[in-house]
Structure formats: C-alpha cells, structure tokens
Design a protein around this ligand. Structure first.
Ligand code: GCU
Ligand code: CA
Length: 605
C-alpha cells in the first residue's frame, strides 16, 4: 500500500458532472476518453457498451493518441477500457509525463461492442499527470472508452472477472473415431454420478516403438496399435495393487496417469500414480499427509523384464506416497519433458503435479514451502538423496538445499494442477491447465520457482478465503509480490456469488506442432472438461508477465462425414469429460470418458 489512508477514503458512487472524472468505487477514478485530449481521432458512439457518452475512434495511423490528465498519488494501476473488433492486436506506447513506460497490446476483444480492460502498473507524481497512449502500428489505437486509475483491494467483488468471452472461430476440427474402450467400474461403487462413466480414460501418449498408451482411472493401462482399434491391457494396476486400490470417490481418484521413461525401450522403466484407501490409510506410512487423510496417492516405478512384450511382467517399487484430507485434488499428472535429450538437465526427471487436497479454501497450504500440496514437484526417479531415499532431488531445482523448503518443489501456489505439457516447438515452454475454484480456468506458462498464488489469488484476482464467493481486484503494488498470472483463461460466467456455478473445468492440452494440420500450427489446443468445448490460442500470444490474456478461440467440431456436431453429440452425453492426447508425431487426439471413445483429429475445415 503506497497510498495514505486519507487519500483512500473516497466516497463511492458519486455522480460526476459531465466531463469530470467519476469515482466508480472507493479508491478508483474513471476518466472518460471523450473528455481527454485526442490526437487524430473522433468521439463516436456507434458501438454499444461504452461508459459515459462515447468512445474515441482514433485514425488508423501510427502516432494517433489519447491523452488523459490523471491526478496522481504514487504506484497505481492504470486500466484502459477498450474494444478491438479486428483479429490483430493494436499495440500502443504508454507514456506518463512524457516518459515511455511500456507497450500495451490491446488484443482482439472479438467485437467492437465487447469492451475489455488493458491494465498496467505505473507510478504517478502527486498532482496532475499526463497519461498518453500512442498507436505503435498503422492500425491506430483500439477504440478507447475510458481510463480507470487505481484498483486496490477492497473495491468490492468483480461481477465478471474476464469480460471477454471466447471468440467463435471459423475453424473446425474433423474428428475420426480411433478407439473404443471396454466398460469399467469404479471401486468402491460411486455415490457421485459423475464417476459413472463408460470408461474413465484420461490421456493418450505414445511409446518410441509406436504403441499408444491410455490409462483408465478404474485401473487398467491399455496399449493400442498405431492404427487404433481394439485396446489391449498392458498392465492391470488395480489387480497389482490389490484390495487397497481406490477409484470410487473424487473425480481424479484411481489409476490417474502413466509416464514412460524416454529410454523405456532399453531400460523398461515407467511410472504410474494411483490412489489407495481402506487399510492403506492405517498401515502404509505416507511421506507427507494431511490430517484426517481419506485417500493416498502413490507414485510407483515399474521395470519391465522385456520392454517389447505386449503385456507387462517385471518388478515395481514405490517412490513416494502422499495422504490427502479430501477426495479431491490429489496427485494428478506425472510426466517427463519429451523435449529433453540425453545429457540435458531435464532428461529423465519426473514432474509430479500435486493438488491441494481440497484444503486451499480453508488454509494457506498451497503456499507452504515445506509441504508438497498445491505444487508441481520435479524429482529424479533414479536418485537417492530424498528424505525417504527412494528418489533424488535434482541440484538445479529452484529451492534445492534451502532450509525449511522442499527441494522437490518446481513451482507452487496451485489448487488443481490438472494437465501439463511441453511445447515441442517454439522455445519448448511448459503449459499447465489449472482448474480454478470460483471462476477462473487458466493456462499458465510454468517456469522453475513460479508461484501462481492460490489460495491468495485465483488467476489474476484476489481470492479471499473468508469471502470465497467472489473475486477481487489486485492490490496496488501486487507486482512486487512475485505471483505469476495466467497467459490464457476463461471464466465461468456464473451469476455473482456462489450460486448457479456451471461447474466448468479446464482440460489442459497441447501446442500443435504436427505435420497433418497446418491450420493448427503453433496453436495451444485445450478445452472444457464438462461442456466439451474445444479452444485454441496462439502460442506466441500467450505472453508471460503481467495480467494480459491471449485471445481465446472456440473451435467448431465436425464428424468424419464432415457434418458439424458438438462434443456432446459425439460423446452421447451432456457431460463430455473431455481430455486430450498427442502422439510422437505431434498429432492430436480427443477423449471422452462418457462413452469411452477416442477420436483422432484428422483434418480442419
Ligand atoms: C471500424 C469500427 C470503428 C473502428 C475501426 C478501426 O470502422 O466501426 O469503430 O475504430 O473499424 O479499425 O479502427
Ligand atoms: Ca479506429
């Protein structure tokens, strides 16, 4: 907080005289663009949704500007409300009192009637300041509606955290059925109907020898020939674990994921995560546990005697075991970076995404650096320098060797770090699809040491554990707290408060770098688990740092015959339970638990 208390006690809701700044809420001031100094542009009112009496339509020319006179008071947030109905960004240079501060992107909002805020941190002098945005490209400025100065905590809940809805894309994916999985059942019999699915398949990957592999949460690891068709059981994890195997409570419970070592063909090693309960809760010693644990996640190393054999036979050993206080948000994905080559620092290191165990809403555990909950861990399965001696802590991990901090932690501050993947092109960035609590379904660019803020933040908003039904604006000075915010996100568009939430959840995906679908090149393709929506963003537009979000496009879906359908049609269910997979050639697959099918994306339209 840089403001004095007196300056903060402004009365909200005052009606301003025309041409005067209005106080939209205590602590923030709105300056209308139609009252600003306009360099090469007109005040217009032909696109609805503006505040005040109009907006500024600048000339489509480099150098066009809007200059506001803003009464200052130190570090603050400047939020420009704008619309950009084109497909391109409309970048502008921000100058404060004649000094260039930064370039703002003003990405597409989808329509000239869709208004969004482009926000930036800036420091103002006491008294009058000139705040100018100047078009950096020949497109000119976006249409500019207003400038809000200051959005500190306590300005009240935000009704619609992400006003920009996904943009309907003209692009459609053609899905061709690839495999049908046998019906499976959770154990114990579920009380939650959302667990009664045809088959709880949740990922597709590929071995170097060509076989595709698919885990089913109810216990089996399947392999498939390259052409798809009928799956064969490679390993029955449920049978191997025995009576303590547990897949019947909590959406992610069961045999959650499998990750094959990049050199599996030679060393036969692969890794799984599954959940256990029943007698395991009293008999098995967890490496870490939440109080009153109801389920444990177990990471296991398996070594196949013959890596080429169609059915597993070999040995196994437990790497780690974590107890969770509720049935939600246990260990989700485990995986190897496919871009790491032998000898590179990431090669053979296993990333383990650990949820907050449902405890983030009532505690600060996702921020606690001495516990694994709400973190992505990075471990060396072949090392021995961990506390239990069964795996290693890589020396280049961001917190390795720091007292009071788990050296295993790669990144922290997560609720349900559900699916991550590495871009196999570009600069090899790691993207995480993170399922939010109240409103925000987010994609993060994950780097060593990142803190995504949960449960102090949800996306780029303040989450208040005492008022969990709302989100609040970031405080002044937030940038100094070091949180990393999403590069893409959508919200639930639920009514304010806790009621009527649509229960949507992000299904993280992959950056497409395959050869068959040029129209998807460089696009991060992901979706919504429940509704089955498929989204795409351009990898280059998912820029890190700050609170800007990449424009997000909703793709159409076509069946193999070319007819436009929905994923709900293809899955035969209103709850799709959508997941994505990718083979080694970088081609995309779409999965549904509802009917236990996988489709390959065979074309675009
Ligand atoms: C359209 C739109 C204007 C906008 C302009 C532009 O003409 O109606 O409001 O300013 O495009 O591309 O800048
Ligand atoms: Ca214009």
């Amino acid at each position: 907080m840089h403001r004095t208390t007196l300056a903060m006690i402004l009365v909200g809701g005052l009606l301003a005289a025309p041409g005067q700044p209005s106080r939209a809420a205590a602590q923030s001031v709105v300056y209308e663009a139609e009252s600003a100094v306009i360099g090469d542009g007109l005040v217009e009112s032909n696109h609805a949704g503006f505040s005040g009496t109009g907006f500024v339509n600048s000339a489509n020319a480099t150098g066009a500007f809007v200059e506001f006179t803003v009464t200052g008071s130190g570090a603050t947030t400047l939020a420009f409300r704008y619309a950009n109905g084109t497909a391109a960004t409309r970048p502008a240079t921000l100058t404060v009192n004649g000094t260039a501060v930064s370039t703002l992107q003003f990405p597409a909002t989808g329509a000239w009637t869709t208004w969004n805020n482009e926000s930036v941190q800036a420091t103002l002098n006491q008294g009058a300041n000139t705040v100018r945005i100047t078009a950096a490209t020949a497109g000119g400025l976006a249409n500019v509606d207003a400038l809000t100065e200051g959005t500190p905590t306590g300005t009240g809940p935000i009704a619609d955290p992400i006003p920009q809805n996904p943009i309907q894309s003209g692009l459609g994916l053609v899905l061709t059925e690839y495999a049908q999985f046998p019906k499976t059942d959770p154990v114990p019999s579920p009380t939650d109907s959302r667990l009664r699915r045809h088959a709880r398949i949740n990922h597709l990957g590929q071995l170097a020898d060509g076989r595709r592999f698919v885990p089913d949460l109810n216990g089996r690891l399947y392999t498939l020939p390259a052409a798809g068709g009928t799956p064969g059981t490679y390993l029955d994890v449920r049978a191997a674990v025995g009576a303590n195997f547990f897949s019947g409570r909590g959406l992610g419970s069961g045999f959650g994921f499998a990750a094959f070592h990049p050199d599996f063909a030679a060393n036969g090693r692969f890794y799984t995560v599954h959940s256990e309960a029943f007698q395991a809760l009293s008999r098995e010693r967890a490496d870490w546990t939440q109080s009153g644990a109801v389920v444990q996640s177990v990471v296991t190393e398996w070594t196949a005697a013959d890596p080429a054999a169609p059915v597993f036979s070999g040995t196994r050993r437990q790497l780690l075991r974590i107890g969770f206080g509720t049935y939600i948000h246990a260990v989700q994905q485990i995986d190897f970076n496919p871009g790491a080559t032998p000898g590179s620092p990431d090669y053979g290191l296993l990333y383990v995404a650990v949820g907050d165990g449902g405890r983030g809403t009532s505690s600060t555990v996702p921020q606690a650096r001495n516990l694994p909950f709400g973190k992505i861990l990075r471990i060396d399965p072949r090392g021995t320098n961990s506390a239990n001696g069964r795996y290693g802590i890589p020396a280049d991990n961001p917190f390795a060797g720091r007292p009071g901090t788990l050296g295993e932690i790669y990144a922290l501050g997560m609720r349900d770090p559900h699916r991550f993947s590495w871009d196999r092109g570009g600069s090899g960035r790691m993207f995480l699809g993170h399922i939010g609590e109240h409103d925000i379904e987010a994609v993060y660019d994950v780097r060593a040491g990142d803190n995504f803020g949960w449960s102090e933040r949800e996306g780029a908003f303040v989450y208040d554990r005492a008022e969990p039904c709302y989100l609040y604006p970031l405080p002044v000075g937030d940038a100094e707290l070091g949180y990393t915010y999403p590069v893409a996100a959508y919200d639930h568009n639920g009514p304010p408060g806790c009621t009527g939430d649509l229960g949507r959840a992000i299904a993280g995906g992959f950056v497409y770098r395959g050869g068959a679908l040029p129209a998807l090149q460089g696009k991060y393709v992901f979706g919504d688990i429940v509704q089955g929506w498929i989204f795409a963003t351009d990898e280059r537009e998912m820029t890190r740092g700050g609170t800007d979000l990449a424009p997000l496009y909703q793709l159409k879906v076509h069946n193999a015959a070319g007819n436009q359908v929905t994923m709900q049609n293809l899955a035969g269910d209103s709850r799709v339970d959508l997941r994505f997979g990718m083979d080694r050639a970088g081609e995309l697959f779409v999965l549904s638990k509802a009917n236990g099918k996988i489709w390959k994306v065979t074309g675009t339209r």
